[in-house]
Design a protein around this ligand. Structure first.
Ligand code: ADP
Length: 246
């Protein structure tokens, strides 16, 4: 379970001594999971930003720890996309407890759900998607979302890997392109792919939700863009538009 994995990783990362434990209970119509640690805790002044993208609390203590600052933002988006909530209690030097809920059954069929179902039913199963993404947490999150449309997913962590898959898998239907890559960037890669297969839809994943990135992505030839952390309904909307084309 990807959310638990992120929370447990954090708990272990920010706990030098003591213990980490986790579990769940049934709470009404929800399952409530918890991950508790006896680690360094989160300073009250930082507590309102830890779910923000790229938030890493910088202090003498925490700059020892690696990480992207995306894990919690993605976990929150994911929990909420499933209809749950995520929260935490933390005391510096005492520890932190994260809680999140997942509905046992999704009953309400609101408009969003109908749109969602329409999108899904329009997407043919077995579509081939190349996900170019170097951050494993982001990839896992995308993999989870894409499992809803029974896509065949290829994963590239670098530009080099992406090019190899692009050359070998001539039946690709769509590319989800990360911009920041270890050996190149998504703009260069998009230009390269488009010069060979101009009709292959390429969707940029712009991490910074910045106008400049979006503009550059479109200029490089991307068909559209989506900002991280990726909202599953937005992604399905985009997939619906492009994935059946080639
Ligand atoms: P990162 O990749 O930096 O771990 P996250 O989004 O997962 O990114 O977490 C954001 C920040 O929140 C962390 O850098 C850390 O400062 C703080 N944090 C998260 N979990 C804990 C925890 N269990 N104990 C203390 N601090 C935490």
């Amino acid at each position: 379970f990807k959310i638990l994995n992120c929370l447990i990783n954090n708990a272990v990362k920010f706990t030098n001594e003591g213990e980490v434990n986790f579990g769940f209970k049934v709470a009404g119509k929800f399952l409530e999971f918890y991950v508790k640690d006896t680690g360094i805790g989160i300073d009250p002044k930082d507590q309102n930003v830890i779910f923000d993208r790229f938030s890493k609390i910088r202090s003498d203590k925490t700059n020892l720890y690696g990480g992207t600052g995306l894990g919690l933002a993605i976990s929150k988006a994911f929990v909420e996309s499933l209809g749950g909530k995520i929260r935490f209690n933390s005391t510096p030097n005492m520890g932190t407890a994260f809680y999140f809920t997942i509905p046992l059954k999704v009953t309400a069929k609101d408009k969003e759900n109908k749109d969602h179902d329409n999108y899904l039913s329009n997407i043919k199963p077995g579509r081939q998607v190349l996900v170019v993404e170097d951050e494993i947490m982001n990839y896992i999150y995308l993999e989870e979302i894409l499992s809803d449309i029974d896509a065949i997913i290829f994963h590239a962590k670098t530009g080099k890997e992406a090019l190899k898959i692009f050359q070998k898998k001539t039946k690709l239907n769509l590319v989800l392109m990360d911009i920041k890559l270890p050996d190149t960037n998504g703009y260069i890669l998009t230009k390269q792919f488009k010069s060979i297969r101009p009709n292959l839809p390429i969707i940029a994943q712009t991490a910074y939700a910045m106008e400049g990135d979006r503009q550059k992505a479109l200029e490089a030839g991307c068909d559209d863009y989506i900002s991280k952390p990726i909202d599953s309904d937005k992604l399905f909307g985009i997939l619906n538009k492009f994935i059946n084309k080639s």
